[in-house]
Design a protein around this ligand. Structure first.
Ligand SMILES: *Cc1c(COP(=O)(O)O)cnc(C)c1O
Length: 478
């Protein structure tokens, strides 16, 4: 039935309540089932298309029915990646207060780009940014931008780096672009995350000419090699280091790296998508020793802080360079000239979601102690799983479990390892993925969810070993 135009009296009618109550009911159902449901998706593209696809109708369906349909399809079509037994990639699950704050964000529907549209969001994000600097113990005068994820955080930080390094070489990259610009060298760890390469592509710096620095068995940048590489290149330079290798969780030797980079007068950027959170834990912060000497830091809130997707954070020591690389001005924009903060000055987006609000809510509800407990507990569960797995015959843990990441190999065999991973995914008790680590197939376990308990870790290990033993027995009898 067509309902156009929708009268504003709908605000007073029961329509919002009816839809929201319906969504609330579906959400409650989804969340209650989450800890016990099959973790993988059960429906694939064909099933979902046949349930959801139709020619775009001339007259729309009733809204409540549309919500029912989507909720129904999530039962089989969604992966329970916010389940306490989801260990794939590096993925958190929405913490309760973060989810509730995110609902408010959608309800308020603020365009968080400029203060003039939302003093509330501007102030909340200003505070959330200061809290993060305090939590990570980074320079309090740094610029902070809430972006979609660490991909865009890397982009934003590297844009600020490009701005400063070329300005110091007498070049205005925002006005003149890169054509005819002095050569800007990029040095990165051989193990840098793929999103660093993507950011370099977006920034016109390309990937082919990146100077790659060798890493050790844990994936840590070799500082002596870095020193040699840096000494062999002249001109403006950006060095990309890493806090938290996506496979092993290892940290580059950041203090040494920072000293080399500072001596050279280059810019040091650190990708700390999840590793930066080690700074919130007294027992782990030594891993990130020296990180405070960097010029910029990229991290995620949707991973280890467990806010709902999406939220990354770009932090730049030199706020002026950060702002000059990002700011946009247009005649109709009402930008502030005082203390008030316009998000457009700090992020690539123009119109944007108020993604700093769930960060504020979560930090306020957890406090420093709560964040520390969350980080420590994830690492404790990772160690628990590694210890239980490595005691089984034929199972190897390939990395030093320094953080929340574990690499596991079965029968010292690529095919068997991949078969175990596929078998565990089918089994549905937990979900984890695979990788190739230094030429060998490995299972990746990443513990990043606030809800993962000792019992979840135990049940998951049991499922992994059950699948491994069954495959092993089948191979023996074949
Ligand atoms: C996840 C990750 C990224 C990319 O973050 P997104 O939030 O997916 O954009 C970058 N670097 C590292 C080390 C990561 O783990």
């Amino acid at each position: 039935m067509a309902t156009d135009p929708i009268p504003s009296s709908l605000f007073q009618s029961a329509v919002f309540d009816e839809y929201l109550d319906n969504a609330r009911m579906h959400a409650g159902h989804y969340l209650r089932r989450l800890p016990d449901r099959h973790v993988a998706a059960r429906a694939g593209r064909d099933e979902l298309l046949s349930a959801l696809r139709m020619p775009l109708p001339q007259h729309g369906d009733e809204g409540g029915e549309v919500i029912d349909l989507l909720a129904q399809q999530a039962e089989r079509g969604a992966v329970a990646c916010n389940s306490p037994r989801y260990f794939g990639f590096v993925v958190g699950g929405a913490y309760p207060v973060a989810l509730a704050a995110d609902w408010l964000v959608s309800t308020w529907d603020q365009n968080a780009g400029i203060y003039a549209i939302s003093p509330l969001v501007s102030v909340v994000e200003e505070i959330a940014g200061q809290w993060l600097l305090d939590l990570f113990d980074l320079p309090r005068e740094s610029g902070v931008g809430f972006v979609t994820g660490c991909q865009m955080a890397n982009f934003t930080c590297l844009a600020a780096a490009r701005h400063q390094m070329l300005r110091r070489a007498g070049w205005d990259v925002e006005a003149d672009g890169l054509q005819g610009a002095p050569r800007l060298h990029v040095v990165a760890s051989a193990e840098s995350h793929v999103t660093i390469d993507v950011a370099l592509r977006y920034l016109g710096l390309g990937t082919r000419s990146v100077h790659r620095v060798e890493t050790d068995a844990q994936g840590r940048m070799n500082a002596d090699r870095l020193r040699k590489v840096v000494a062999s290149i002249e001109g403006p330079m950006i060095v990309c280091a890493q806090a938290g290798n996506v496979n092993t969780g290892a940290f580059d030797p950041l203090r040494e790296v920072a000293e080399v980079v500072r001596e050279r007068g280059a810019w040091l950027h650190v990708d700390g998508a999840f590793g930066l959170w080690a700074r919130a834990s007294e027992s782990l912060r030594g891993l990130a020793d020296g990180i405070e000497l960097a010029d910029s830091w990229a991290t995620d809130a949707h991973k280890w802080l467990n806010v709902p997707y999406d939220c990354g954070v770009a932090i730049v020591r030199h706020a002026q360079d950060h702002r000059e690389a990002m700011t946009s001005q247009a005649a109709y924009l009402i930008q502030t000239h005082g203390e008030e903060r316009d998000a457009v000055d700090w992020v690539p987006e123009f119109s944007r979601r108020a993604r700093g609000v769930p960060v504020y809510a979560t930090l306020r509800a957890l406090g420093k102690g709560g964040v520390q407990d969350l980080i420590d507990a994830s690492c404790e569960r990772a160690r628990q799983m590694a210890d239980a797995l490595r005691t089984a015959d034929g199972v190897q843990v390939l990395n030093d479990v320094v953080l929340n990441q574990v690499l596991v190999r079965f029968g010292d065999d690529d095919d068997l390892t991949r078969a175990v991973i596929a078998g565990v995914q089918r089994d549905g008790t937990c979900w984890l993925g695979g990788t190739t680590w230094q030429g060998k197939a490995a299972m990746r376990i990443s513990v990043s969810n606030w809800a993962t308990s000792e019992d979840d870790a135990e049940r998951s290990v049991a499922a992994i070993l059950r699948v491994f033993h069954a495959l092993h027995a089948a191979a023996g009898t074949a």
